[in-house]
Design a protein. Sequence first.
Length: 127
Amino acid sequence: MSSAAIEEFAQILIREVRDAAVRSCDKEFGPMGPTAKGLRWKKAGPEGVVEAVARAVVPDCVDAVLFRLLNAIDNGDLQLSFKDRAGGTIDLEKEGKGELAGWYMMTDGWRGKYAKERFVDDFADSE
């Protein structure tokens, strides 16, 4: 079972990093016209196809990066601490018990609890 500080970390990670990154990429094709990045992406394929592919791929890419980040913390390759709102500081590797990446990706994990932006749970049907 994760601690209150780990759950606070998870909520912030999902809200301020994951969901913000997905929204930011979605805006590349926004109603005000595509950004420079959006125009570059549009050149990668037929009209309309790139936008559809981006909607499918962006959340998966964001989740892959965050999984790798959390896995590096779990394995001790990246030593980080987290300071919670109450002012306490925790060692993420120790407090996370090597399970941060799993808590992030698992069915009924952090994405399911806290994400407001779309994601696909590839493990939902494997039970």
